[in-house]
Design a protein around this ligand. Structure first.
Ligand code: NAD
Length: 294
């Protein structure tokens, strides 16, 4: 199977490398020449633009920052819609607004090009290990047909529903993660201000009902004051913005998400947008006039 892969950033580069290692024939494209060269060294073909990818491949994966980038690659000048043959499929693995997934998919379908949305959770380490969690929206038959290929990049690939459902699941994931990190930061700063050692509090509560994957991933990093990404605050702002827009479009209340968005935007104002989202603790440190210490 010849696969096109567009977007070789933090996530797309290791994901495409895993496809090449699994024996797939890849045609890749990104603005970043260094990333293209790296993939070419492994045996992928580096294309000049999206058009060349779409002319050569009937299966095209995108791993781009946000909705406008996916719209440009899919529907813009020299985009997939201009060059791909009828019967081709776009598998968009970016995290974007599900309303946009549906709109882009509907436009592509007018030219006989199908689309699945298949965003991922797990971050760069799991992209490198090939153990991402992939959540998929689209036709069930397409899911079944491409399940094995997606599993070469993943530890799990789950069918959620029609096109857009993958990104609905991803936004639900991002809401839970943002609120959970905020709760962990709020609790550890409280514990310290109240006179307990926050590291011992973490050890005491992590095995009980309060414990979570997020707590175990982020509390040790907060306590060690390690804020290199990981998942950047600016990307989480993008995801919560998509979540709030999508929720408002279906009249679903998201008061806690709006609070978390305020925290992230405040951190951006303070210049921390490139930090890992564990830096949410810095917001509490500023308000509480303290620094979290082990
Ligand atoms: P990134 O910014 O590192 O990579 C995006 C890549 O897309 C860049 O290399 C850029 O040059 C390329 N690009 C942008 N527009 C393009 C175009 N028109 N044509 C060709 N290439 C183009 O982003 P990332 O961290 O790899 O994230 C990609 C997506 O995955 C985002 O939606 C993000 O929210 C999601 N995601 C990221 C993580 C993470 O931990 N970084 C985890 C899960 C999901």
């Amino acid at each position: 199977m010849k696969i096109g892969f567009i977007g070789l950033g933090i996530m797309g580069k290791p994901m495409s490398k895993n496809l090449v290692k699994a024996g797939y024939d890849l045609v890749v494209y990104d603005f970043n020449q260094a990333a293209l060269d790296e993939l070419a060294e492994l045996g992928a073909k580096a294309a000049y633009n999206t058009k060349e990818v779409a002319e050569e491949c009937s299966v095209i994966i995108t791993m781009l920052p946000n909705s406008p980038h996916v719209r440009a690659v899919a529907l813009g000048e020299n985009g997939i819609i201009e060059a791909a043959k009828s019967g081709s499929i776009l598998i968009d693995m970016s995290s974007i607004d599900p309303t946009e997934s549906k709109a882009i998919g509907a436009s592509l379908l007018e030219k006989g090009i199908r689309m699945m949305d298949a965003p991922v959770s797990g971050g760069e380490p799991k992209a490198i290990d090939g153990t991402l969690s992939v959540m998929v929206g689209g036709n069930r038959e397409d899911f079944d047909a491409y399940y094995g290929m997606l599993m070469t990049m993943a530890g799990s690939v789950t069918y959620v529903g029609e096109l857009g459902a993958g990104n609905i699941a991803k936004l639900a994931n991002q809401i839970v993660v943002a609120l959970n990190i905020s709760a962990v930061a709020e609790a550890l700063i409280f514990a310290q201000k109240a006179g307990a050692n926050p590291e011992r509090v973490y050890e005491a509560i992590r095995g009980g009902l309060a414990g979570s994957t997020v707590m175990d991933a982020k509390a040790p990093l907060m306590l060690a004051r390690k804020f290199d990404p990981g998942f950047r605050i600016e990307l989480h702002i993008k995801d919560l913005n998509n979540a709030i827009n999508a929720a408002q479009s279906v009249s679903s209340p998201v008061p806690m998400t709006i609070q978390a968005m305020g925290i992230l935007q405040n951190l951006k104002e303070d210049g921390f947008e490139k930090d890992d989202h564990g830096a949410i603790v810095k917001y509490y440190e500023k308000l509480a006039n303290t620094i979290l210490r082990k």
